[in-house]
Design a protein around this ligand. Sequence first.
Ligand code: PLP
Length: 380
Amino acid sequence: MKSGVPSPSAFSDLASRVVATLEQYRQDSQKGNEKVLRNTAAGPLAHMLDLEKWIRRGGLDHTNLEDFLTPYLDASQHVHNPAFIGHQVAVPHRGAIMGDLIHGVTNNAMAVYEMGPSATVVERVIINWMLEKAGWFSSDQLSDFSAHPGNGAGVLTHGGSLANLTAVLAARAAAFPHAWQDGTPDNLAIIAPAATHYSIARAAAIAGMGQNAIYPAPVNALDQLRAGQLGNLYRRACDDGKTVFMVSLNACATATGLYDPIDEVADFCAAHNLWLHVDGAHGASALLSDKHRHHLNGVSRADSLTWDAHKMLRTSALCAAILFKDPAALGHAFSQEGSYIFYEENHPDLDVGRTTIECTKAALGAKLFMVLAIGPWAGL
Ligand SMILES: Cc1ncc(COP(=O)(O)O)c(C=O)c1O
């Protein structure tokens, strides 16, 4: 390995090369000059990238960067190519890319406030903006972090799967306040359509219910939930000795892009005192559209909402949110007792680590903030 003190311009030299190469890659991709994907096999690809050599010998700098970066980009999936339609990944907005860069340099992890004051404040304002779209924020200022009546709570997570897990934990805490300390009762059930993303079944398994806790909801020919038939399923689950505590809906379903009827299911949940979760990982961004918002009618009656900005809001992966109507629900997800301390004091807790599965956390809010601040519809 080369050793010694890096030159004073090592960072900017490398950064300039990286930016120039990426810009060429992006332009070529946009023109459709490169295939979206070449499908290179893993073994030959690792060889082509000379990974072994670089790791063992080091010495990569701005003069030889292309030796690595060019084949790396060639073998990548070209999301900027107009023919790219794969895997629900956004073509990243330049703001989100800069957010990644800013975080990469500042590296302010956010477990406690002092580890990332700016990152924390940006995340909290972004969460309030998202809560506002869901109908769960009533302060005049997005920077109101107080326990204002009508304001919900939320946190950004590394992905919708973690957001869904957080929702399951919060719903469990609402129904079984001692589950955090004493464990999960063995007869719990969640009603969800079969088209539900697998992360909900995974969350049930992680939370100790087993994935068989999922009772498949009745659906129509397009796999959308039929609210009118929920009563029969609910009775069957009760006859099986189950305690149903949660209904999870798709807004929208991963495979079809179709939305379940939130308003109708909210009636059912209210009548049976059930937690209503809306998995809007893919489709909650419709809340920003005058034309498409109606798909989420009734969302403000739900208890929790998952919303991925890295799907339809053009951030790079990852930037997801789990939002709650009841501000106490977020704290309850991670410990009944801790959340009492948090919410009964009349000052907000800005230590993000207390209300998320993660401890060290990236400044995810910066990406979405930069998209909104530049203008979401501006071209790259
Ligand atoms: C409806 C739905 N929920 C949850 C997820 C999981 O989100 P993530 O990939 O951000 O973990 C997805 C992703 O495909 C999804 O489409």
